[in-house]
Design a protein around this ligand. Sequence first.
Ligand code: BTN
Length: 337
Amino acid sequence: MRMRERRRAEEISCSIIRRLRTASGDWVSGRKIGDALGMSRAAVWKHIMHLRSLGYRIEASTRLGYRLLGPEPLHLQIPESICSRLIVLESTGSTNEFARGIADEAESWTVVIAEVQTAGRGRLGREWLSPPGGVWMSIILRPRAPPSEAFRYTMAASVAVCGSLRDLYGLNARIKWPNDVLVNGRKICGILTEISAELDIINYVIIGIGINANMSVSSLPEEWNATTVSAELGREISRGELIARVLEEMRTLLESGDVYREWVGLSDTINRRVRIQGFGDVSGLAESLDPDGALILRRDDGELVRVLAGDCIHLRSAEQSTGARVGGQQICAGLRG
Ligand code: BTN
């Protein structure tokens, strides 16, 4: 097909989809569509087949015509202008892994989304369950920045998720250090950032975002203390709308926002007693957060330490530990105060 003909065919397909959308799930006869667009019913059928091949779910009946079923496919719900390239996969092991495979050649703001991950990865080498209904996506960024700034991108992701959950659904989402997003004390989103860098410059950053969107809480292990957007709201949401909003908020933040200030403002960890495990075990009062993402912890023996990584447990007063032990240079670097 020549360029002009292809454009014309696309215009017609768009026009058909607009008519079906306007009918809000009701039937529209093939004759009516054909008359409006000056074409035969057979030609309308050809366009319907084309639309189906793009992922639109259109039911056909010889007696009633056509009607649009269910939500539109994910890639059609996300405006093209938000990312440089959008890749939507039916299923993959891990979107972070997939992104890593293309990152050397990819432009900044290439986004990989999967309906299902079969080997989703969490922080600290954990497994991340990724059934249908969730938002499983990885964003490739290529900032001209030193590796010491990498944490800024993870911060921006967690702030953008919180902002989107609040603005779209009124959920009071907060950040548990370093970057888990919680709603009512339960985890709704996890973020896994991976970087490739030289000593002084980042090659690329892959920000993996997992949001428990449309799924039941019972589909997730109880010990994860997780929640989902649909469970909080009592209804399903449009994942496309959520993804688009998260990407928009992240872009705005990284281009013109004060990422660190917003991240601190959303912290659910500051002023709490916490226990950090993973590279050792240390408990104390979370006093503040540094711009490089470190948690400043007042240990039970009164000493102030900078914790760079680990698994953070918010302690309730009954669980407050005594005799905390610091094990592992990696999480505690440099004493302050
Ligand atoms: C965590 O809290 O442990 C981080 C979870 C990150 C999960 C996301 S889902 C999309 C991307 N692909 C992965 O394999 N992991 C991240």
